[in-house]
Design a protein around this ligand. Structure first.
Ligand SMILES: *Cc1c(COP(=O)(O)O)cnc(C)c1O
Ligand SMILES: [Zn+2]
Length: 406
């Protein structure tokens, strides 16, 4: 009674659901060590709902879960779409919104993917779920797994921001701090899953990561007045949030609720520019970079795993890839703080940096209906923001000692 199947983004092969199935068995024979994931699978629903997912329970009908599966309550998604009046005035953009995904339980968009993967792990009867991560996917999985009574094993570069590493340990997960890059941790974790029989949540490799992240698109289109958005802008690393957004809007088109989804703009920062290189060269997939080390640690990816699907989403949405540098991202952290009251981690502020750049190049017009995805909370990496701000004012306890010019 499968109500969905899985379709390969490369060869179009169609497969029935199977707990052991991650990527396309045909295309994955071409997998290069350390390269982008070959044969990424998308969920194809056999019949989507014909009405808008107005709340958490109606949203569930858009997900590949058996209706009878009972899940512990863990409030992922349903994050606010904020009209940000000061930011609108500052930018002269009357139709700008921020989707504040930093309000997920572990503070990032990664909760959306981890929630669906944990739900599938419960359905399939796995006891342990594992993943590699630059930090947020791991803290999201640690949190979701704990809430759902699963064990989590996380492989994270030992250079990840300390707060992210602490979040993982605080949720009782097994943290393996890898002396190496995220890309190396990815290879290690996939090998460990195969050897130990753990459920593999690695981004793009597990089809439910893209499917879980699509809920952000469903929420945006449901909530925005008139359901119409011109552009959604998001910081990009592996390209799975981007791919999830594309999948969500495509599902709404397939359900005939939306005539045409928005343009999707991927923001790439500094040396972490594998997707931008592939896009500018007109390739079918992202390039691979030697050393990804930008200020936005969540975007430091050398071989974007969702390389093929992400590029297709950019093309099919008539979107674009926008480059910004580290300084522009730091500035965007400060602007989001003082114009919207939101403290984002650098990867979360990258969308605003990308918007400012896109306004300069004309890729976005000021009168358009634009949504910025703020994907992660600033408390996850306070160190990255420190250098932005002048030293704090220290004062004594007497009112007449206060500086005169306050
Ligand atoms: C993971 C992450 C991203 C990028 O998502 P990808 O799917 O890797 O492109 C952006 N922002 C934050 C805060 C993240 O954790
Ligand atoms: Zn295939």
């Amino acid at each position: 009674m499968a109500s969905f199947h899985l379709e390969c983004v490369e060869c179009g092969g169609v497969f029935t659901e199977d707990p052991a199935l991650l990527v396309c068995p045909r295309c994955s024979t071409e997998q290069e060590p350390g390269g982008h994931a070959r044969g990424v699978l998308l969920v194809r629903h056999c019949g989507l709902p014909s009405s808008w997912p107005l709340d958490g329970s109606s949203l569930r009908a858009w997900l590949p879960l058996p209706p009878t599966l009972e899940l512990p309550r863990h409030p992922v998604g349903g994050t606010p779409l904020l009209p940000v009046p000061s930011l609108r005035r500052q930018l002269g953009m009357p139709h700008l919104w921020v989707k504040d995904d930093s309000r997920n339980p572990s503070g990032s968009t990664k909760d959306r993917a981890s929630w669906l993967v944990c739900a599938k792990a419960l359905q399939y009867g796995f006891a342990t779920v594992a993943a590699a991560s630059t930090g947020n996917a791991a803290s999201a999985l640690a949190s979701c797994a704990a809430a759902m009574g699963l064990r989590a094993v996380l492989f994270v570069p030992d250079s990840a921001p300390p707060a992210k590493l602490l979040q993982i340990r605080a949720c009782g997960a097994t943290l393996l701090a890898v002396r190496g890059s995220y890309d190396q941790a990815f290879e290690l974790s996939s090998a460990a899953c195969a050897a130990r029989g753990w459920y593999n949540r690695n981004t793009a490799m597990n089809p439910f990561t893209i499917e879980g992240k699509k809920t952000a698109a469903l929420e945006i289109a449901t909530e925005i007045p008139g359901h119409q958005v011109d552009a959604v802008i998001v910081g990009c690393g592996d390209g799975v949030i981007l791919g999830g957004l594309g999948k969500g809007f495509a599902d709404l088109e397939e359900a005939r609720l939306l005539a045409r989804g928005p343009r999707l703009l991927a923001v790439q920062v500094g040396s972490s520019d594998a997707l931008a290189r592939g896009w500018e060269a007109g390739h079918a997939h992202a390039a691979r970079v030697e050393r990804a080390a930008c200020v936005a640690d969540s975007l430091n990816v050398e071989a974007p795993r969702n390389a093929v699907h992400a590029m297709r989403v950019l093309r099919e949405s008539r979107g674009d890839c926008v480059r910004v540098d580290d300084d522009a991202v730091r500035q965007a952290v400060a602007l989001l703080g003082s114009w919207a009251g939101l403290f984002a981690e650098p990867a979360g502020a990258a969308a605003l940096a990308g918007l400012l750049r896109a306004l300069e190049t004309g890729a976005v017009r000021r009168d358009e209906r634009v949504v910025l995805m703020v994907t992660g909370h600033g408390l996850k990496d306070p160190g990255a923001a420190q250098i932005l701000f002048p030293p704090q004012l220290c004062v004594g306890c007497q009112v007449d000692e206060l500086p005169a010019d306050l």
